[in-house]
Design a protein around this ligand. Structure first.
Ligand code: FAD
Length: 453
């Protein structure tokens, strides 16, 4: 069998070929991309397993699909026929947690929330916090440059990665970056790897920046608005006020209704949108008061400021449950456009207008402080694939975001699903540069083919 060489290059139990077991590695959260049939799965326990897998794959010109927690929603881990899936989910060691330098060195399968919990034992935190933080891995976060609720203050994954170890397509091991906060020697290969969606190398270790965890509980502002536009205007005003929110999230009426139906959140009849804002740090109370003032000035019907930690946790839990609530309504295409923050009101108007014209429910949640909207196109669960009218509406949303100076994806990545629109954002020259980089690092084109670029 073609995999015999690989089997002998790996310690026992690390190559899975049984079709039923292999099937467990074929789906991510996006079930609309029909997966191909992998030849086998390497369940890596250490870097050398990944090296052996990639050497073998190069020698046999077999495609390799790196896989972390499988929580991606753009078909980034979808296998192609005859490929080798390399799962990093068992590489879960936190090799170093250094409170003096506020650094962690971790394997790629460490869950985001596990790293944060470990850091908090030292009074530190790992700042990027995707809503999937209990199930997504650091390797997957790096490959997608994941964002999250706290990113409005602390930046996305990119701002927390100092250095990487990655196995390249030919099995050689590349080390990028450093342990220092600053450094400009050489090209920034760490940045190149971040967000490359497994197309340039397989991340096997990351040196990450930790931050001091806020000493006091954050102060939370919850504001209800009679229109989404007013809530979006409040976001822009908060950003410009210099209050420095540590969290700034917006949920529209359709999202709140889905949450209310599921969890009974006591939704008022006149509420069209809710804004959740938080401030942490020494001046949190003053910052929260400033954010509350911005909400009042933008026309909020109700503004509540709270220093109660339990209440803040409940509000955040509601926000984190938003996608689960929406997914009870039907099948979902979760979109991810991002616009300059001054354009948020216009982008919300565009989404509403496009949804109404196509007669589609499109509940929208936003990491509003980053200008990042998640319009969720809901459609009949019985349909086997995303219907054409949903794609037509999504296409209009993408083009509206681009016209406002925005981007197709703020944090989820391009994966399989958005390659069609890549040229519209990147342009011919940029696309050519992308392909030249890909050819230089992966001349056989075996790393995650058909994804990202
Ligand atoms: C309920 C829900 C909420 C979500 N909320 C957010 C959110 O708030 N913010 C956000 O950014 N995303 C969010 N996501 C999307 C998803 O969780 C992120 O994209 C996450 O970073 C994926 O991590 P993973 O470990 O699951 O990676 P996977 O899904 O396994 O893989 C994602 C991509 O990374 C590549 N990859 C994985 N590991 C490696 C590695 N070690 N080396 C090289 N390439 C690798 C894969 O090939 C694939 O292209 C959410 C998803 C769900 C289901």
């Amino acid at each position: 069998m073609i995999t015999d060489d690989l089997l002998s290059a790996l310690p026992p139990g690390r190559l899975v070929t049984d079709p039923d077991q292999v099937a467990a590695y074929c789906h991510d959260e996006h079930s609309y991309v029909t997966p191909g049939r992998p030849l086998a799965v390497v369940v890596a326990h250490e870097r050398e397993d990944v090296v052996a897998a990639l050497r073998w794959a190069s020698a046999n010109k077999v495609a390799v699909i790196p896989r972390g927690g499988g929580t991606g929603i753009v078909g980034g881990t979808a296998p192609v026929d005859g490929c080798l899936v390399v799962s990093l989910a068992r590489m879960t060691a936190i090799r170093e947690l250094n409170p003096e330098d506020e650094i962690a060195v971790v394997e790629p399968g460490v869950l985001n929330a596990d790293l944060d919990r470990a850091a908090r034992e030292h009074g530190l935190m790992y700042a990027p916090d995707p809503s999937s933080y209990e199930t997504c891995t650091i390797g997957g976060n790096i490959a997608t440059n994941a964002g999250g609720l706290r990113c409005v203050k602390y930046g996305v994954t990119r701002e927390s990665v100092l250095g990487l170890e990655a196995v390249l397509a030919d099995g050689s091991v590349l080390r990028t970056g450093r342990r220092t906060l600053k450094g400009v020697v050489g090209y920034d290969l760490t940045a190149l790897m971040i967000g490359s969606e497994g197309t340039l190398g397989v991340v096997t270790e990351a040196t990450l920046r930790l931050r001091p965890a806020p000493r006091k509980p954050p102060v939370t502002v919850a504001a209800e608005f009679p229109t989404v536009r007013r809530a979006a205007e409040a976001v822009w005003a908060i950003v410009r006020s210099g209050a420095g929110p540590s969290l700034l999230e917006l949920m529209d009426r359709a999202t709140l209704e889905a949450l209310d139906r599921w969890r009974n959140i006591g939704l008022e009849a006149g509420t069209a949108a809710m804004l959740l804002c938080q401030a942490d740090g020494a001046d949190a109370k003053d910052a929260a008061d400033e954010m509350a003032r911005c909400c009042h000035a933008a026309g909020a019907a109700l503004v509540a400021v709270s220093e109660d930690e339990e209440e803040a946790a409940q509000l955040l839990a509601v926000r984190r449950a938003a996608f689960n609530a929406i997914s009870r309504l039907g099948s979902c295409l979760i979109e991810d456009v991002c616009v300059p923050r001054s354009k948020l009101p216009e982008m919300f108007d565009s989404v509403a207008e496009i949804a109404a014209r196509h007669g589609l429910p499109v509940p929208t949640v936003a990491h509003a402080g980053d200008g990042n909207l998640h319009p969720v196109f809901v459609f009949d669960r019985e349909l086997p694939e995303i219907p054409a009218e949903v794609w037509a509406a999504a296409d209009e949303v993408f083009r509206a975001a681009l016209a406002l100076g925005g981007t197709l994806t703020g944090e989820h990545g391009v994966g399989t699903l958005k390659r069609h629109w890549l040229g519209a954002e990147l342009g011919a020259e940029s696309l050519a540069a992308h392909l030249a980089i890909k050819r230089a690092l992966d001349p056989l084109g075996i790393l995650n083919p058909g994804k990202a670029i």
